[in-house]
Design a binder for this molecule. Structure first.
Ligand code: BG6
Length: 509
């Protein structure tokens, strides 16, 4: 179908969305319990849900409405550690329903339609539906097709109907293209909201605010002043209970074409001419188009993979990846990736972007490091220019949330001696709010129909195109040295070598 703009009248940001029903497919699943229900509760708490609202959970369990409400109460208790306001919870529970059905059963969708129409009558939700696919990706196409067959994505008569699609969006370029086609057969692009929860994080959104709401950064945000950029998304946990999925996916698919590329594009994009969804996403996509896919030879020298062996996490002994539940005992799946990427445009030519991500690393840390060039000439006799540390701007995404700037200062005393010091902004010091999971903002944006924080079809495909050569070479060459890093370390030694070959170092804390 054509890429039609979504031209329903939008509520202003900060006001509740218009009347609607949110239909959650995968209502009993982990994502729904951990993220979506708490996010809905928080939106209700902030009065960002409309009075005319309902939530319908679609799942396979033998539950009635009341059972589901009890389940929801338990989830909120578990995943809202700050406690729950009983009035807000009751408000939400009153509007919660459960529908038992099977994705493969066309009849189930006919009955779902009846329930939604009845709920429209009772709750005044006006036939506006946000379908949220919190389900295994192999069902995305089927569910959308079934919804379409019974008219549940039909927007005629001024209604809006949108579909939120969770990741993973495909597992390589051909499958992502096929999925885009499948969805676009039933929906126009303005109805599809491909989620990447990194875009819901305050600190990620703040990259744009920092760059484009302050005059000081933009003049130096280029190859003349910046030596290189490092992006680290390190997790200290292992694969936990997701071995079945992860062993098929691996670190590259799981983190790079999505979360890491969001961080790259927001850091590297040109200023958009407005914050219109398509204008911002055009600029992000242009960055990805400027990353030349690695050649086969470059994959060998610029991409590093690793898998964790036994080791320690916070002083406790932990097992290897291959010993995790539902992981093949001879698995060749990577749990760590590091890459050196280039962005070939006028702003970034010759400025390498080093990225790395992995499980069971030493610390949980997500950060973007902007490393500036050295001063051209040293005026302070006591310190040779090469001993001077360079200015570094660090965007702390999580768990620390803030921005810090490292620079040289004179140590007090009669001798001129320099030492690096730190200027540190922490969110918590200024804004006394607890960080949100990101899902609140994304759900709200989908309800008001603003797609800026969601991935567009072409962006997803370009991103897969960048990583495809690495997937291909790695699939063809079985790694012989796995496990090649110990749990609780910063990854394989090849990752250090990748950056040290260029005379640079990872900023390990
Ligand atoms: C998910 C990945 O998309 O992001 C997980 O599938 C990963 O493997 C998670 O752990 C990281 O998200 P966050 O918000 O904890 O950084």
């Amino acid at each position: 179908m054509a890429d039609e703009p979504n031209n329903h009248s939008k509520p202003r940001p900060g006001e509740p969305s218009g009347p609607c029903i949110m239909v959650v497919f995968g209502a009993g699943g982990d994502l729904t319990q951990r993220k979506l229900l708490p996010a809905l509760y928080n939106l209700a708490l902030q009065k960002l849900l409309p009075e005319k609202f309902a939530m319908v959970g679609f799942g396979r369990s033998e539950w009635g409405h009341e059972d589901y409400r009890t389940k929801m109460t338990e989830s909120l208790q578990e995943f809202e550690p700050g406690g729950v306001d009983a009035n807000v919870r009751s408000w939400l529970l009153e509007r919660t329903y459960f529908f038992k059905g099977d994705f493969n059963d066309p009849n189930a969708f006919k009955q779902l339609k009846e329930l939604l129409e009845k709920t429209d009558q009772e709750r005044g939700t006006e036939g506006n539906y946000l379908h949220y696919l919190a389900i295994a990706p192999e069902f995305f196409g089927t569910v959308v097709k079934r919804l379409s067959e019974v008219g549940l994505v039909d927007e005629s008569g001024g209604k809006w109907r949108r579909v939120v699609v969770e990741k993973p969006f495909g597992h390589d370029l051909p499958s992502a293209k096929a999925l885009n086609c499948e969805l676009q057969n039933e929906l126009h692009e303005g109805q599809i909201f491909r989620i990447d929860h990194y875009l819901g994080k305050e600190t990620v959104q703040n990259i744009l605010a920092m760059r484009f709401a302050n005059a000081v950064y933009e003049p130096i945000w280029n190859r003349r002043y910046i030596d290189h950029v490092q992006i680290t998304v390190a997790e200290s946990v292992g694969v936990e209970m997701r071995g079945g999925y992860y062993d098929q996916a691996g670190a590259l698919r799981d983190m790079v074409p999505n979360h890491i590329f969001q961080l790259i594009t927001l850091t590297a994009m040109e200023p958009p001419s407005s914050f219109d969804a398509n204008v911002v996403r055009d600029e992000q996509t242009k960055v990805l188009r400027a990353i030349p896919p690695l050649t086969e030879q470059e994959v060998l020298t610029r991409a590093v993979r690793g898998q964790y062996g036994e080791g320690n996490e916070e002083g406790k002994k932990v097992g290897s990846y291959r010993s995790e539940p539902r992981v093949n005992a001879k698995s060749a799946t990577e749990t760590f990736v590091a890459m050196k990427l280039a962005i070939e445009n006028w702003r970034w030519a010759d400025v390498p972007f080093y990225v790395r991500t992995g499980k069971r690393l030493k610390e949980r840390i997500t950060e973007v490091v902007i490393q500036f060039r050295r001063v051209p000439l040293m005026l302070f006799q006591q310190t040779a220019v090469e001993h001077l540390s360079r200015n570094r701007l660090v965007l702390h995404i999580q768990p620390k949330e803030g921005i810090s700037m490292e620079f040289e200062a004179k140590v007090p005393g009669p001798i001129v001696k320099l030492e690096p010091v730190n200027m540190d902004f922490k969110y918590a010091d200024y804004f006394k709010e607890s960080p949100s999971t990101g899902y609140e903002r994304l759900l709200y944006e989908a309800m008001i129909g603003d797609a800026t924080l969601f991935q567009r079809a072409d962006t997803v495909e370009v991103a897969w195109g960048v990583v495809q050569p690495v997937l291909d070479v790695w699939a063809a060459l079985t790694p012989r040295n796995f496990a090649n890093y110990g749990a609780g370390t910063w990854g394989p030694k090849e990752s250090d070598e990748l950056i040290e070959r260029d005379g640079r170092h990872w900023r390990n804390v």
